[in-house]
Design a protein around this ligand. Sequence first.
Ligand SMILES: [Zn+2]
Length: 299
Amino acid sequence: MIDAHVHLMTMEMLEDAIKRFEKNYPGSDKQIRKSGHKIFADKSMKYISGTSLKEKADDWLKVMDENGIEKAVFFPISQRPEQVRDFMANSPERLYGYAFINDPASHDAPDVLKSGVNEYGLCGLKLYPSIQLFHAYDKKLFALYEEAQGLGVPITFHYGITHAPMADYRYTNPLDLQLPLRLFPKLNFIIAHFGAGFFREVCLLGYHTKNLYLDTSGTNNWTEYTPENWKLKEVFKRAIEIYSPERIIFGTDTVLRPDTGYRTSIMKEQLNVVEALGISSGETDLIFGGNAKRLYFTP
Ligand SMILES: [Zn+2]
């Protein structure tokens, strides 16, 4: 199995993130810490700041072994490609990392991505419009898409609701992607968490689209905030009907912390849900690893 959406967090990244929020919303430091209570809980902070990249990698490899995870794809929370590289170096066949770009609309963003991929060995890019405050259809982003398309790396977008501190939901509608999907047909786009509440929009984007994937990661408790309040099984069923098993990618969205560990229960829940849908074992394998392999690890 491949877990294609987990997080790498270091103290430096956390400080970068706080600075970013502070820049967008001056004086918000207290509010950020309050709404990020999970991250800023004593134990989590101690773990994030008190362990080296090697210790973090060792802890990850241990839980991956325990859970039958062959490879995992890590999303950093700030632009620290050197830390992602050093983390991956502890097990280059199993630990993979994404790029983060502080300002994706800037002129140098394509170069940051290029060096991330070519010099630091990163395999994709995560963009977070509601935190980075941009619309995906903004022309300023097009050079970055062009670069990603040329490099052959996918871009994952977080749309929908989030417990990240200080997100602006005016930037959180996945329909923003409709134009880039058409203009960059060879670039693979991934929407995380089935669109985290914008599932209807995510389904609509499936119309005549071949370069969009959905990741299953997280608790998916966004369903509780939609009028339908669907069970996860219904979400998977509809996603597979529209996108086929070839464009659904398993992830848990684990942030390894001493008190919570790997999200085994989420993995098991998704395995059970997919099994109950009665798709073939080959199709199940695509969701739980085959698609990620094709996207990230096939030259
Ligand atoms: Zn995540």
